[in-house]
Design a protein. Sequence first.
Length: 754
Amino acid sequence: MASTFPRRHARTQRFTLGAPRAFTISPDGSRLVFLRSRSGTDRANLLWVRELPDPANESGHPPREYPAADPGALLSGAEEELSAEERARRERTREGSGGIVGYATDTAVELAAFALSGRLFVAELRAGTARELATPAPVVDPRPSPDGRRVAYVSGGALRVIGSDGTGDRALAAPEDEPPAGAHTGKTPLDTDGSPGTVTFGLAEFIAAEEMSRTRGYWWSPDSDRLLVARVDDSPVTRWWIADPANPASAPAEVAYPAAGTANADVSLHLVDAATGERRPVEWDRARWPYLARVHWSSAGPPLLLVQTRDQREQQYLTLDLGGTGPVATSVVHTEKDPAWLELFGGVPAWAPDGTLVRVEDRPGAATGTGDSGARVLLAGERQLTTDALHVRAVLDVGERDVLFSASPGTGASGTAVGDIGVYRVPLAGEGAPERLAAEEGPHVASGVRGGDVLLLSSVTLDRPGSRVTVHRPGPDGAGAAVDLVPSHAETPGLGTAPLLTHAGRRRIPAAVLLPTGYRAGDGPLPVLMDPYGGPHGQRVVAAHNAYLSSQWFADQGFAVVVADGRGAPGRSPGWEKAVSRDLAAVTLDDQVEALHALAEDHPLDLSRVGIRGWSYGGYLAALAVLRRPDVFHAAVAGAPVTDWRLYDTHYTERYCGTPEDDPESYAAASLITDDGLSYAADTHRPLMLIHGLADDNVAAAHTLRLSSALLAAGRPHEVLPLSGVTHMTPQEQVAENLLHLQAAFLRRALPVV
């Protein structure tokens, strides 16, 4: 029997396996390093090197491509074993593949280091050879020094260093109560209050990795002689226990989880000598600015820190004075404030070669009738390099003369395309407008990497499945001609998507409408399935074919599927994103309703049969919809929903809701349950399916279990689908496959398909 779409969707990890990713270009532009598995169903990534052609070379020979490290060969065919630290790191980064899932190189891109099955390996990239370095296990996050002579890594809570020739392994910074030469556990016997505590060096704490997109905990100096190392003490953090009820003989896992309003881990930074291990603390007012959000250290200037207040309404850019002895002093370079919150962006802060500070900042602006206001702009020092015609998303590279960045059309753009995300460059001097480096014709979604004079663009479009990776040698007039195409081994879905991208309602809400394949105008109205994420940091309406595969599959089950990105979703304007401040539930739900009703005026949507499904924030929104607006929504599937925001983490929740102590009303308005039962006790019952992985340490299963208890106490029938051993990602093939079938069956029962 031919494989069904749900099976292929699960087996290929949403058709991402086999696609090249994690690119690094050598400074001389001769080599491209990347990860890719051998096929579209193979989860094990290899480390590849591809020689890049020089346009002046007229030999006609195709570029040579070879694996520099093959996990199957390095492990002699043995199954990969992951440590608890590595599993946690992959969960934070939503990494579902295997083999080599991450690597780091020296500055010259001659040497790469990576962890595999908890062991440390290095690869000589020109030679295409890899070897293991004998170290204490398990190894996490190995990184070569810029000169390639050493490799730093974390093991047992200690930051260690070893020569790239395999000699001189030693601990540079270890938990205080462990001997530096043999710190293998990271556990201190007793903390100051007499309770068990945990100290680590060189690892990002939960909040940084999950919410700040800072997955690193140490940074090499450009001269390879020192490192900045984060010390994390999570003993102040409340302990949660994640049990596996299907295996009662197994002890529950202990998780340090900083729920809203509770204590965070204590994070400090230290300057460590790579040769002697001498450690100097970095001083700033950590009580006032507890969040270490970004660290940048390049040859263009002194180390640069970005620190935030706990309410994230203020942040400072700090430089370090590395002279003298004793504690390392810091100086304030720039301060920012925002009445709602300050976003964090990839690639910044950074120094330009001329010593100016490159950053992304929200500038105020008048509110519009759509809910937009302000502009997110790119700056170098006090020079504003972009206007409200572009909504800057991240900095990709800071070059000698220009900045490479990604952006969406801003509120100042005319004829705004829906879901368009491009790669741009703009002169650092501020003389000249940003220029789009087009990887495709028409709206598309692109990202970029640069090394030397080589630019790599990875792009997806609406009319082509999968990604396309092209290598360019840009000239003065744009991206230049593509000189290479990096092959992908990803499978094609065999399912065509045909979303109509549009703006809906008076707020011009970005939306996609998908109808069953072969639908004709005379076929009549269809039951509706809203399929949102609908919240912060989760843009779903994009100009990308594969982004709508599961939505199209649901459409082919007989539904009109609507995906809408209301206020709070990224990619539009600062005012659009920050409209949810202290009002998460009402704003995001109202925009789903507005989009639904506006689209029904022009599309065959049967408003008497409306369902909604989602995962994580989308799961919260789905449950919220049937509980708060049963007049609009008639059934919901809520996967891993946050049901009580007091149980979600500090950095995310407090950004939007404040703290439970200072802003109890915003928590009461946003939560689905209270201490006494349901928050929304509408008399009308709507079918609701709750799905949750019992091993989820991001949105704990307690969210679903407490909502189920409240529903039961209120006499509200519902279905609960517990997933034993499943985390927030649901990477297991059979689970991912059958979840689609089970949701579709539930929705067909609740919203009869004619």
